[in-house]
Design a protein around this ligand. Structure first.
Ligand code: NAP
Length: 388
């Protein structure tokens, strides 16, 4: 989200300003800086706020089983509501039983499906690999997945302005947005790729990333790789950008994008067919609770986040519509990044430095190697994955 804020030079100033007074001054500069206004994506954001993605035809997900992670709030909750409305049986994940039950009640009430067995709750805390592995094992055994999973939307993610480590020893943003999301993707792909299906019944794996993967400057990343590792660089508290509005967020989304691209390559068959269609999605700027950590900085920030998101951000209903589109892509769209802010041509050009350039391709291999080493060291069953 704010990461979406970080689009301008001013916001970057804000993001790297330590002192509270400087941070507030930077904030005022953002609001009045005409360069920011001219060069920003504001007109497109306003367009997206007014004209949403079209919804699919009624019954599009009839008979389908759909998983949405992080569906207790925000985009995940809104996506679950859409999927149920369009006919799916939905599995939502939650860290706490109470939050999961509240989300289930909300979905059933809003879709008029109380007591119809359309919504199932499962526990998942992406702070640990154990929880991710247990979750996928339980999913495979669950009655609701007897016929397998048709769509998995890996939506859970966070921004954390405080440097906090997961029990695995990784800074939380890297842990959740990059490492655990990749782990879930690998485990789900291994299961979902079993058995052939026609194109009409194709399975989908959707990763919720962000356009913010375009923002990091990767020119030093090869250096980080020889100097202890790229992941370790971002896991080092002395490199933590104090005062940033979204520390490690853009980097975590870029690193998971590298992993997703590698997974897309690995599952594609030699004849071009794909057993599971994999896509990445950016919902755009959405008025959700993702800024909760930023709002804690000060009352000015709380006001600013609320004002910015409510003015320019889409509703979670509109933002999550892109998830439905991603869950209906065709095999030739395997690997595509779905984003409403850019045309395909614009995105191709913007993606050059971080995803297409020679440096980017080398960095991608390095990041992928580091992620796999970390995951294989802690999740031995990954060594048996067929397509790795
Ligand atoms: N909002 C935007 O403008 C925007 C823009 C681009 C991309 N995105 C992406 O969209 C996704 C959803 O964001 P949102 O805006 O809906 O944020 P949100 O309102 O904060 O919801 C995030 C969800 O992720 C869950 N989650 C957080 N940490 C978790 C963990 N350790 N294990 C399992 N689940 C966890 C949360 O569960 P709890 O309630 O238990 O914390 C919550 O259900 C994220 O991946 C985000 O990066 C958002």
């Amino acid at each position: 989200m704010c990461l979406e804020l970080c689009n301008s030079g001013c916001i970057r100033d804000l993001a790297t300003t330590n002192h509270q007074a400087h941070r507030n001054a930077a904030l005022i500069a953002i609001i009045f800086n005409s360069r920011t206004i001219m060069a920003s994506l504001w007109p497109r954001r306003l367009r997206d706020k007014i004209w949403p993605e079209p919804l699919p035809p009624l019954g599009s997900f009839n008979g389908k089983t759909v998983l949405v992670t992080g569906a207790t709030a925000g985009l995940g909750l809104a996506a679950a509501i859409h999927f149920v409305r369009f006919g799916a049986v939905v599995i939502i994940t939650s860290r706490s039983k109470e939050q999961g039950q509240t989300a289930k009640n909300t979905i059933e009430t809003l879709t008029g499906t109380i007591g119809q067995g359309k919504v199932h709750i499962m526990q998942l805390d992406m702070n640990t690999y154990r929880s991710c592995v247990d979750f996928v094992e339980e999913l495979k055994k669950s009655k609701v997945c007897r016929a397998g999973l048709d769509v998995a939307v890996l939506n859970a993610g966070l921004i954390n302005i405080d440097f906090q480590k997961s029990p695995q020893g990784w800074e939380q943003t890297i842990q959740i947005n990059t490492l655990s999301t990749t782990l879930l993707g690998l485990l789900l792909l291994d299961w979902m790729t079993i058995g052939e299906r026609s194109d009409a019944l194709a399975r989908h794996l959707v990763f919720v990333t962000s356009r913010d993967h375009l923002l990091p400057d990767i020119s030093n990343w090869e250096g980080y790789s020889v100097d202890g590792g790229i992941l370790e660089h971002f896991n080092n508290e002395s490199h933590w950008p104090q005062g940033s509005l979204d520390p490690n967020y853009c980097e975590s989304k870029l690193m998971v994008t590298y992993a997703i691209e590698k997974m897309c390559e690995k599952v594609a068959k030699a004849d071009g067919g794909v057993p599971v269609i994999v896509n990445k999605v950016c919902p755009g700027l959405v008025y959700s609770d993702i800024g909760r950590s930023i709002s804690k900085i000060s009352w000015t920030m709380k006001l600013f986040v609320a004002f910015y998101l409510s003015t320019l951000g889409k509703s979670t209903d509109y933002g999550s519509r892109l998830y439905l589109s991603a869950a209906r892509t065709l095999p030739h769209e395997h690997g595509k990044f779905l984003v409403s802010l850019y045309t395909d041509d614009e995105y191709e050009k913007l993606a050059e430095p971080n995803l297409k350039s020679e440096t980017a391709l080398r960095v991608r291999e390095l990041v992928w190697g580091e992620i796999l080493d970390e995951l294989k060291a802690h999740v031995p069953s990954l060594r048996e994955i067929r397509y790795l």
